[in-house]
Write a protein that binds this ligand. Structure first.
Ligand code: NAP
Length: 250
C-alpha cells in the first residue's frame, strides 16, 4: 500500500520502520519546524500542504491508499485537516472535494496520576499560566518552544524552559533555556529540578516517557498538566504495532 504517514513523533518514526519492513511504500510528512529532524525510514517530504485543500490534492496526486496521522497529540490543526481532507469528517467546504482516503490516528495514551501526585489539570496553556502564581514561583516549563509565549506576562516568576529548538516568540522576562531532546532519566530530572530549586512543573499531557513526572512526585512538586485537544471521530490506535494490526485487517 502507498501510505502517507503524518509524523514528527518518535512513534511515527517507529511505525515508518515497521511499514517499510512490511513492504509498504511510505511517505512520511514532517512540518519542518525542527532544523535537524530525525529522519524516518522510507520517503520523506517536509513542509505544510497548504491547508485541507492542499492535503486533499496531495492525497489524490500521490494516489495515497491510507493516511496514518501519527502527529503529536497537541498538533490539533494538522489532525483536523487530515480528517477533513480524507473526507470522513464533515467540515467547511463541500465534502466532495475531499479525497475519500481511509485514515487512522496513532496516539500514545495520555498520562494517569499515581498516588502521591499533585496534578492540576487545565484545558489550555493560558489556563496553566493563570494557575502558576498560586503554585510556585520557580517554574520548569516543558511545553515546547511554541508553548513558552503563554507565560510571558508572569513577571513575578522565574522560568526554566526546556525545548529542542530555541524559543522564537515572546518569552517571560526571567527565563533560562535548556536546549535538549529526550530521553531523560528520573535521576537527571530530579537533579535538574533540585539544582534549579523548581517549585512547579508545567507539561502538556503528551504521554510516553514520564521521568519528569516521577521526579516531580518524588520531590513532592505540584504539576500543571495541560489536557489534550479532542480528536475528530475515527479509528485510533495507541502503538505502532496496533497500527500495523489494524492496517492488516483492512
Ligand atoms: P499544527 O499546529 O497542528 O499544524 C499547523 C500547520 O503545520 C498545519 O496546518 C500544516 O500546515 C503544518 N503541519 C503540521 N504537521 C505537519 C506534518 N506532519 N506534515 C506537514 N505539515 C504539517 O502542528 P504543530 O503543533 O505546529 O506541530 C508541527 C509538527 O511538530 C507536527 O508534525 C507534530 O507532530 C510535531 N510536534 C508537535 C508538538 C506539539 O507540542 N505541538 C510536539 C512535538 C512534535 P498546512 O496547513 O500548510 O498543511
Amino acid at each position: 500500500m502507498r501510505i502517507l504517514l503524518l509524523g514528527g513523533t518518535s512513534d511515527a518514526r517507529q511505525l515508518a520502520t515497521l511499514l517499510v519492513e512490511a513492504g509498504h511504500d511510505v511517505i512520511s510528512s514532517l512540518a519542518g519546524r525542527t532544523r535537524e529532524p530525525l529522519l524516518p525510514a522510507g520517503r520523506v517530504r517536509i513542509g505544510g500542504f497548504g491547508g485541507v485543500a492542499g492535503l486533499a490534492a496531495f492525497l489524490r496526486d500521490e494516489r495515497i491508499d491510507v493516511l496514518i496521522d501519527a502527529t503529536h497529540p497537541f498538533a490539533a490543526t494538522i489532525t483536523s485537516n487530515a480528517a477533513l481532507a480524507c473526507g470522513d469528517v464533515r467540515g467547511h467546504g463541500p465534502v466532495s472535494r475531499s479525497a475519500g482516503v481511509p485514515r487512522m490516528v496513532l496516539r500514545r495514551p495520555g498520562w494517569i496520576a499515581s498516588p502521591g501526585d499533585e496534578w492540576h489539570r487545565v484545558a489550555s496553556l493560558d489556563a496553566a499560566a493563570g494557575l502558576i502564581p498560586e503554585l510556585g514561583h520557580r517554574v520548569f516549563l516543558t511545553t515546547g518552544r511554541q508553548g513558552i509565549a503563554a507565560f510571558a506576562g508572569l513577571d513575578g516568576c522565574w522560568f526554566l524552559a526546556r525545548s529542542v529548538e530555541p524559543p522564537d516568540g515572546i518569552v517571560p522576562r526571567r527565563l533560562s533555556v535548556i536546549l535538549d531532546r529526550g530521553p531523560f532519566t528520573v535521576d537527571g530530572e530530579r537533579r535538574l529540578m533540585t539544582d534549579h530549586r523548581i517549585g512547579v512543573l508545567v507539561t502538556k499531557d503528551s504521554g510516553g516517557a514520564d521521568a519528569k513526572l516521577v521526579a516531580a512526585r518524588e520531590l513532592g512538586l505540584p504539576v500543571v498538566m495541560v489536557d489534550r485537544p479532542v480528536l475528530p471521530p475515527g479509528p485510533v490506535v495507541s502503538t505502532p504495532a496496533e497500527a500495523i494490526a489494524l492496517l492488516a485487517e483492512n
